[in-house]
Structure formats: structure tokens, C-alpha cells
Write a protein that binds this ligand. Sequence first.
Ligand SMILES: *Cc1c(COP(=O)(O)O)cnc(C)c1O
Length: 358
Amino acid sequence: MSRLIRAVINTQALRHNLRIIRQRAAGARVMAVVKANAYGHGLVATALALPGVDAFAVARLEEALALRAAGVMTPIVLLEGVFTAEQLQESARHGLELVVHDALQIELLERMSGAHRFVLWLKIDTGMNRLGFRPAQFAAALARVRSLRPAPLEVRLLTHLACADARDNAMTQRQLALFRDAIRGLTRPVSIANSAGLFGTLPLQCDWVRPGLALYGASPFADCDAAALDLRPVMTLTSSVIAVRDVARGETVGYGAAWQAGRDSRIAIVAAGYGDGIPRNLAEGTPVLINGQRAPLAGRVSMDMIGVDVTGLEQVQVGTPAVLWGEGLPVEEVARHAGTIPYELLCSVSQRVPIELG
Ligand SMILES: *Cc1c(COP(=O)(O)O)cnc(C)c1O
């Protein structure tokens, strides 16, 4: 029996994507976003496969500590900053860089004893309305941060775009104008672009870019696939056929008898289900690669299995490889069949799926 579901990580593709990002970034430094277990690719393995980046970015302290525990000495930015004095101390101990988006975080820094000098990333909310100081509060926040003692090692500035995946979006233009106004006259390093900002059409001159999705070889745009951006898929989620059966016209497959054979059919059962992170709402007809050939999903996704209509395909038997997404089948395409975005599929690969470097 060949092996069941696993996420095979192509580290060459990862490094290729980093090269493309560097070209696109035209000299800007690259903060590789590895939050959410590196978008499901494995936090530590991904970071170790990217020795050349200028910094890593994570959402939570625990993710940063896991990187440090694995010996990663690259700068690490906490994108949400810290929320308690203990987290602040821990960040100092491990040399983490902090996003500061709220007055409470400045208070924590003011109250901190000790001589640690942080690199701080002051966040300006230019319309995302999630994290950050509004432009009107920004100057005061910057003044407070600058008067911290000991002084921060450096204060950098960032904002986040709400609609960067829509090309030439008016919202993006407004956000950029607000950002430029807010930082006028300041010569501090700035960061704006996520993957969509980086590969979009608007010039976002900045000193740092913050790609996540593009690193993993998926396109942030609905109207443009990763290959057109010269990005290669890093994760291939692969499994095997564990049973093959013939069903007569009129018979049904799976829960709810939701799929009915319109002709005499051959169904391959593949060991991959929502317990592995395959969305249960994948539409009938979603492509699966069986032996490298596209075949449509037949019936509902079960916890551990799916059915695939392999009628007419040659040499499908127990052990035949099946690819859910990755090389040959973009995760963006599968995401569309689930009514979601590639981010969610990648992050949802469950803990029980082993990650393998390929
Ligand atoms: C997640 C995140 C990114 C990366 O976004 P992608 O769309 O995956 O490139 C960049 N910046 C911030 C603040 C983020 O939270």
C-alpha cells in the first residue's frame, strides 16, 4: 500500500518564489510572512528553507518562540504585537520586533523596566479598520514611542491594504494617500505591500514588503493565476486511492446519496477528507488529479475519504496517487470550487496530515 495523505513541500519552489518576490520588490527588504504554521506548510521547516529573508513575520508570540527554539536567528516581527507585560519581557528576551497598533501597547512599553531597545513597527490604520492608529492619532503615538527610555532601536511604519487584490482599486488609492499624508516629512522605513500589493499594478514604494501567499506559490488575484506571475506551488497535498468500485447507472455515492451515476461509472475512493482539511462544501465536479489526470469529485466529502469519478481513466487501482491540490492543480482553482480563497485551504490542512520536504 502506498502512502496516504501528506503535504509535500517543495523547498526549491519556495526559494524560486522568494527570488521572484525579490525581483518584484526591486531592492526592498523582504519580511516573509509565516503565520498560521506558514500557511499550513510547516512553520519551522519553511523558515529553515528560507535562509535569505530579511525578517519573518508571525501573528502570535508562540510562533516566534517556536522559530527561536529551532535556532532561527533572523529578525522576527510580531504582527499583532504583545498584550501583556510578560509577553513584552519574553519578546525582549528573544529579540523580537513588535508591531505597535494600540495605546495599550505603548503603555506596556512605557512601564517596562530594563534596558531592552526594541525595533518597533508603528501601524497606521488607513481604512482597513482592523489594527492601527488612525492618521489623526498617529503623530501623538509616534511622539510617545520616540520618547520611550531607553529609546527604541528603530521605529518603522506600516499600514495594511484592504483591497490590494483588486487592481487599481479606489480604496487602495485612498489608503495610499492617507498613508503618505500621515508620514509626510518622516524618513523612517515603511512597509505597505502584502503579496497582492507587491504583484499589483500600483507602485507602492516601500522599504519592506510583506509577502505571504506569493511565497507559497499561489496568486492573490482572482483574474490571474500563479504561473502568470512566475510563481510555483510549494505545497502538493497528495494521497492515494484506497478502493475502486464500479457503480451502475442510477446508483449513488456517499452521504446523502448526493451523487447519482448518470452512466455506468467507476469510482475511486481517495484517503482525504474534511478531517484532513478538505472543505466539506467542495462542489461536485471539483477536479482531483488521479495519476496526473483530472477527474471530478463524486459525492460529498466524508471525514476521511472522497469519491472521484474515474470512469474511462486507465490504470486506476488501490495505491494510485491522487493530488488534491498543488503541482498540476492550483490550490486557487480548488478554492474557487469551495467558494473560498487559497489562504483558507492552505491554513486548514489539519494536524494529522504529515508535512514532508520534497
Ligand atoms: C498576513 C499578512 C500579510 C501577508 O499577506 P499575503 O496576502 O499572504 O501576502 C502581510 N501583512 C500583514 C499585516 C498580514 O497580516
